[in-house]
Design a protein around this ligand. Structure first.
Ligand code: HEM
Length: 464
């Protein structure tokens, strides 16, 4: 290489580092494997090439798989200004959610995050706790009517319950019924988005294929129903304390402006989508893990009996249920509901871990692997709630545990999800012995959230 060229590159401080290692073939030719076995395929890449892997998609486009917490911190926090969520992701998810918190960037996202944040503060969430509790209690009453030993799919039940909780706490309407129009339109919408994300070459939305027409119809239904709720709230404010009433009241400190109906519509759809399947999947895996670890279940029930003394798991009691919190945190580590965060794109040339990340690279921050990285977690595949004892937490860098993401886009619903999950786990384990029908390992369905493939079949026996 001529001398002048070397010094030019040094001056710009680019191109002197190498790209991350990775396979030489294009991903486009291994798409089948990536779609059918993403966890296995990406896991293999991680073990073969290390914590930063370049996966060429086609000439000029690379995905970079990132599995180390330091890299995630770089992308999400310390150098977040160099990365945005990718347009491909924003457009695909935006088809159903519009531009909401999960599907926007820049100034628009910042102002919405500021408006929505107060609704998720602990002080506001206390107001929602009685709604959450009564949803769990009504499910328990339903289960009590069932004959002892009847088999139920507790994964499906958790989806029904968390959908009921999110819709009632969001806009005081229960959409969890089997035949609810909004629920089925949302299911169609999310399925469509998933197909678009995994088959990027499918025809654009304006082409009148059966799937596109079905999606457009579903989206119309979602928008009509949610807009009706928003408009009737504006016209006739109610006494209801729910997230929608807080979002309606939220005003920008400087301009005094709130969100328009369209903006609220997008946020409502975002919160329904982001706020129930994630929690339901985590709870489904928690029941599976408790079923295969009866000693953990027994310790959990001893704590419940001791703290609650037969009463309900009200908000003030939750901080005392420290073992249940450890169970939940460990379950979320071992079985996070998502494999990766939303893909990020490098807005400029960058360097991570000594490797060059060219502008335009797509970063796949694969939290599923980060949360079982052997440099930070001893026996990472073992379910051990005591990893979350305060003294052991203090020994780990904070960024190592990142099921909620990190940096400015960190999950806004974290406190909501923790409060909800603690109530659900403690109220159900207080009332029932939950036993797995089979001790066989459960397969993961890697589409969208990492759900148990055939559900989690259990029997319920009343305890008290
Ligand atoms: C166990 C339950 C949950 C888990 C594990 C979870 C996880 C996450 C993660 C990892 C992110 C960051 C995504 C990224 O940066 O690409 C996120 C963002 C988000 N979550 Fe959650 N979440 C959960 C429950 C909830 C709930 C209950 C709500 C609302 C009621 C919610 C609303 C959101 C929203 C709106 C965002 C986007 C935030 C932003 O970009 O400003 N999540 N969540």
């Amino acid at each position: 290489m001529p001398k002048a060229e070397v010094s030019l590159k040094r001056d710009r401080n680019v191109s002197i580092k190498t790209l991350p290692p990775g396979p030489s073939g294009y991903l486009l030719f291994t798409m089948d494997r990536l779609q059918s076995q993403p966890l296995e395929y990406l896991g293999e890449m991680w073990h073969r090439y290390g914590d930063l892997v370049r996966l060429p998609v086609m000439p000029g486009l690379n995905i970079v798989l990132s599995t180390h917490p330091d890299h995630a911190e770089h992308i999400l926090s310390t150098h977040a200004d160099r990365y945005d969520k990718s347009d491909f992701f924003l457009n695909a998810m935006g088809a159903v959610q519009g531009a909401g918190l999960f599907t926007s960037e820049g100034e628009f996202w910042r102002s919405h995050r500021k408006l929505a944040q107060p609704a998720f503060h602990q002080a506001q969430l206390i107001k929602l706790h009685s709604v959450m509790l009564s949803c769990v209690q009504s499910l328990i009453r339903e289960w009590e009517e069932k004959p002892e030993g009847e088999v139920i799919d507790i994964a499906d039940e958790m989806t029904r319950l968390t959908l009921k909780i999110v819709s009632l706490t969001l806009f005081s309407v229960d959409i969890s019924g089997e035949s609810d129009q909004l629920r089925s339109a949302l299911v169609t919408g999310i399925r469509y988005v998933y197909r678009r994300m995994t088959a990027p070459l499918s025809p654009p939305l304006w082409v009148p294929t059966h799937q596109n027409r079905e999606f457009r119809q579903a989206k119309k239904t979602i928008d009509r129903i949610v807009l009706e709720i928003i408009r009737s709230r504006r016209e006739q404010p109610t006494e209801n304390v729910d997230l929608l009433s807080m979002l309606l009241a939220a005003k920008d400190e400087e301009t005094g402006e709130g969100m328009s109906d369209r903006e609220l519509l997008n946020e409502v759809i975002t919160l329904i989508n982001a706020g129930h399947e994630t929690t339901a999947t985590t709870l489904a895996w928690t029941w599976q893990l408790l079923g295969t670890h009866p000693e953990v279940m027994a310790q959990m029930q001893a704590e419940i009996d001791d703290v609650l003394q037969g009463g309900p798991p009200t908000f003030d009691k939750l901080p005392q249920l420290q073992y249940i919190r450890r169970v939940f945190d460990e379950s979320l580590r071992l079985c996070p509901p998502g494999m990766s965060l939303a893909p990020r794109v490098a807005k400029e040339d960058d360097e991570i871990g000594g490797y060059r990340i060219p502008k335009g690279s797509i970063l796949n921050i694969a939290t599923y692997y980060t949360l079982r990285h052997p440099d930070f977690w001893q026996d990472p595949e073992t379910f051990d709630p005591d990893r979350f004892l305060p003294e052991r937490v203090a020994q780990r860098p904070k960024s190592v545990y990142m099921p909620w993401g990190g940096g400015p886009h960190i999950c806004i619903g974290k406190n909501f999800a923790v409060m909800e999950s603690m109530m659900i786990l403690s109220a159900i384990a207080q009332r029932f012995q939950v036993k797995l029908v089979s001790q066989q390992p459960v397969e993961i369905d890697p589409r969208f959230t990492l759900r148990p493939k055939h559900g989690v079949k259990v029997t319920l026996n009343k305890r008290i």
